[in-house]
Design a protein around this ligand. Structure first.
Ligand code: UDP
Length: 332
């Protein structure tokens, strides 16, 4: 099987490629990305015969077409997107242009080359401010940020192209975190809670909690954290069922059906790593960050029932894996 992973040099894409190839030594992963990151080098070392990498901008239809010309693709997992919510508020054109045009080009080429199986990385942010919790897939879609709107538009494009023979699974991620086999979060700039918290604990910096006046029990935001290996597995299960024609045209939340507040995560990490934390570490309450919604927790029954997806990992597993990953970076 030849699986095309767009944005496969990034955190979630590379972890998914790793997960798929570990289970399926006969699969080939064709990876497209604007950047050639360390993750590509790691994957090429681990799987020298299974990775084909193209450094291209998917907004260039002519370049993207070379990939479809070169190889018969059996299924596509479309991760490629700009993903920083705060940046998207300042760079509206950049986010809409990149996220939407890359998806449109991909869909058009999938149609042209009769590639019918697509898994799309969507986001819980398409729901906007939760009207009830936990959030099921039928919750109204009221995306707030430019990033979230771009994901919603891409979902709509996919729905339209499904009338032209493309079978999709849309995965709405809640909060992916954690590391596997030396691949962890390396966004630039990093904005996510768990890597920033663990880095502060190791390096002895001040960690800022953005707001404690939200309408939640302790006033800090609540999120549903999903381990990256579980998320990779959700992609693999979707792919297997799509390729086997057991499902088509489905939308699934991917979370663990359980939320933790930012304060709970901070206190849990302090408890777990006491004795090892840099003595200069401390946390403070800062003002709210623009665009943050109070609580996002997935109702994740649908993916359990239709894909047999059961997350294996806990918040403690996530924190431990990020601690190991970040400690390793410091020691090398
Ligand atoms: N957060 C925080 N301090 C940080 C980074 C994040 O308090 O340095 C909070 C953020 O305000 C949000 C939660 O942690 O309430 C999760 O943020 P993250 O960026 O990890 O994910 P998001 O839910 O925004 O996609």
């Amino acid at each position: 099987m030849n699986i095309l992973l767009t944005g496969g040099a990034g955190y979630i894409g590379a972890c998914t490629a790793l997960f798929i190839l570990k289970l399926n030594p006969n699969f080939k992963c064709i990876i497209i990305d604007k950047e050639e990151t360390q993750n590509i080098k790691k994957l090429q070392i681990l799987f020298p015969n299974n990775i084909k990498f193209y450094k291209i901008d998917m907004c260039r239809m002519d370049l993207l077409e070379t990939v479809f010309n070169d190889t018969k693709v059996d299924g596509v997992i479309h991760f490629a997107a700009y993903t920083i919510v705060s940046e998207s508020e300042k760079e509206t054109y950049k986010y809409f242009h990149n996220n939407i045009n890359s998806t449109l080009n991909l869909l058009e080429l999938m149609k042209k080359y009769a590639v019918s199986n697509l898994i799309f990385s969507s986001s819980a942010s398409v729901y906007g401010v939760a009207e009830y919790l936990p959030i099921d897939e039928d919750h109204p879609l009221k995306p707030v940020s430019t990033y979230a709107i771009s994901k919603k538009i891409c979902e709509d494009l996919i729905l339209k192209y499904s009338e032209r023979g493309i079978n999709y699974v849309i995965l709405r991620y809640f909060n992916p975190a954690g590391a596997i086999d030396g691949i962890g979060e390396e966004h630039n700039p990093e904005t996510h809670l768990i890597p920033l918290l663990i880095r502060s604990m190791l390096e002895g910096n001040i960690f800022k909690i953005f707001g404690n006046d939200f309408p939640t029990p302790d006033g800090t935001c609540i999120r549903d954290f999903i381990h990256i290996e579980d998320l990779a597995n959700a992609h693999f299960l979707s792919l297997r069922k799509l390729l086997g024609e057991e499902i088509k045209n489905e939308i699934f939340n991917v979370g663990i059906n359980n939320g933790y507040s930012v304060m709970e995560v901070v206190l849990k990490a302090i408890e777990m790593f006491k004795g090892k934390v840099n003595k200069n570490f401390r946390y403070i309450i800062d003002s709210r960050r623009e665009g943050d919604v109070p609580a996002l927790v997935a109702k994740a029954n649908k993916i359990k029932n239709k894909l047999g997806f059961y997350p294996k990992y806990t918040i403690e597993d996530i924190l431990q894996s990020v601690w190991n990953y970040e400690s390793q970076k410091i020691s090398t």
